[in-house]
Each structure stands twice: as structure tokens, then as C-alpha cells.
Design a protein around this ligand. Sequence first.
Ligand SMILES: O=C(O)CCC(=O)C(=O)O
Ligand SMILES: [Fe+2]
Length: 397
Amino acid sequence: MSLDKAVERGNESSAPMSTAVAAVTNGNGNGTGAAPSNASYRLRLNPNQDHKAENYDDLGLEFTPLLFSSLERYLPPNLLNVSRDTKYKYMRDILRRYSTEGERTRDQKHREYRQKIISNYQPLYRELYTLNPSSFFVQSFWKAFGANDKNRDESIRSIMSEPAPGVYTFDMLQPRFCDMLLSEVENFEKWVHETKFRIMRPNTMNKYGAVLDDFGMESMLEKLMEDFIRHISKIFFLDVGGYSLDSHHGFVVEYGMDRDVELGFHVDDSEVTLNVCLGKHFTGGELFFRGVRCEKHVNTETHPEEIYDHAHLPGRAIIHRGRHRHGARATTSGHRMNLLLWCRSSVFRELRKHQKEYLNWCGECKREKQARLQQSVTAKKMELLVSQGDGGAFNLR
Ligand SMILES: O=C(O)CCC(=O)C(=O)O
Ligand SMILES: [Fe+2]
């Protein structure tokens, strides 16, 4: 089985720039003032949580305005209270070092595309666009997140099943929420059809489905990632970024005889993927998993213990590493829609560039490491035996 990488269409590098790591050079707030030379731009290692950031909505041509509000908390202390314009220029110059002009133009076009949809599409259910845990989630799910830090981990663990290593399932969405989201997507597609608006599909492997972030659900899904998925990731996916997830791609996929039928074997462009079935009635569509792999080992064979098939149930979620190879079998009757949240960590991606060998999350790297260890233990044993043998021979002499 050869494998594809499901890549977000038209927005392949949409993870935010890794300001938290790459641009950060000192943690002691020794900023250099309002007009530094290119080499002396500094950001703090940790954000100033008490600082109230400015609004940059009217300056959002080159980068998304939210990026400036988030980055402002990382400014050196002597820059926090200078004019908004000075802060803007300082941050813009830093951000420019992390993308090419082509990438910036593409991002800008994408923002304009979203803006065009959002200002023309009339949502069916406005309440879906703001995260409301008590009406979105089943009680067991959102209650698990209410505990304090230490108990939270325990209560999250208590609602999870791990049917195969690295794959977790749990009840998540209320039936009413699933129905409303299905209707909202149908309503959006009706609008797309009527207005002949050309929309971008969720990724390179789907002809159907819709990107929820593109028609107004971006901040709701970001909150879902920040307040819920990051906590899960901290417990189960520390090796691929854990709590550091900081951007997402949220979409629905649609299957049926008149839609996409199946989804080929692939890895996601994410560190952690949340996949929740919304319904409606269907047969087939099971997910199949075949082990976690890094780029180098992505096409290596599957070992029996890595084989796992998952049947979808409306409202039930499955969460896994993006690099966990998987696909979806044919939906043989009815209509299946699933909510997908690909969560990414810019910190993990930055660190990953410097890590060349033995990735602890890749099944094949782990096996190779184990084999090397075994080899060196055997070699050591041989060495000892030989030297003892020599010794023995010497004694006999
Ligand atoms: O069909 C599904 O439920 C899986 C979708 C998926 O793996 C993806 O979009 O990355
Ligand atoms: Fe996938």
C-alpha cells in the first residue's frame, strides 16, 4: 500500500510562524528599543500574561491581525508601552523574516477569500459559531475538563479508551449539536451552489466537504483546540508537541455513493488529529490504522500489532497522531459526515528540523533503535566471552 500525505489545499504552510522559538533569543526582557538593527530584534521567551494587547484589525493586510495581538505579549518590556505603530513595525519586521513574499501574498489572498465568504454567507445557527461546552458536548466530556490541573489529567484519562496504541476514543458531541452542524454545512453548500461561489475543499484528497474555518468557525475551533484538545494532547501526545498545539485546520468530510466514497492511505498534515462522526445514517466508512511513521519510514511495512480498524458512531470522537498512517474504507450506503480538526504545533515543527535520528514517536525508528541496542549488547557479550575465554586459556597455561 503506498501512502499519500493529505495536504491542506492551497494553504500548505498555514501553521503560524514559530515566533515562540525561532525568533526568541532571550528570556530576560533585554529588548533593544524602538528602532533596532535587523540583528538585534528580540522577543521574550515567555509572554507577559498581564499585558493587554492592542487591536491590529485595521492593519491586517500582510499578516493576520490576531498574530500581532498574540505576539505583542512577547515584546521586550521597554516596547510594551510605545505607540501601536512602533510595535506594529517591530513585529512586522520580525514576522517578515519567517516567510517569503510569495507566501505572504498567498496568505493575504486566503484571508480575502474568507472575508468574501463571511460577509456574504448567512449562517443558519449563529450559536454554533461560539464555543458553548454545555450545549456542544456530552456531560462526561466537558465535566472531565472542569477539575483542577492534577485531577484534570486523571478525569480526562477516565473518559478515554485506547483500543490500539496511540489511538483514543471517547464520547464527545451531543446529538443535537451534530444535527445542527450537519444542517449548517448543508446550508453552506446550498449557498455555494446557488451563488456558484468556488470554494476550496479541505485537502488534496477530498472532492467534497467544506473548511469550517473559511465560513466563520475559526475562532470557535481554535478555542476547542486550546481549551480541550491541548489538554488531551498534553497527556497522550507529548512526543509530538503535547500542550504546544497552536494552530488548526478545521473541516468536515462527506462520504456517500454520490460524494467521496473512500479515503486512501495517508498521513495528515497535523501533529494531532481529532475526528468526530456527525452522522447521519450510513454503512461502511471504517477508519483503518497502520502504525505511526516519520517521513523516512512512511512507506515501510505494517506490523501485525499495528493493525486497527475503527467503526464510526455519531457523536463519538477518535484522536490520534497526524503521522499515524490511516485511511477510510468505502461508505457503502447512506451519507457520512465527520468533523476533523488537524492540530499543529509550530514549536514541534521547528524543533523537528534539528532532529535527524531516532524519532521516539515513529514505530520504525523505535524498532531500528531497539535492533541497534540489541546488536551492541550482543557485541559486548561476545567481547566479554572472548576476553574471559582468553583469560581461561591463560589460566590453563
Ligand atoms: O473519513 C474520515 O473519517 C477520515 C478523514 C481523514 O482521515 C482526514 O481527512 O484526514
Ligand atoms: Fe486523515
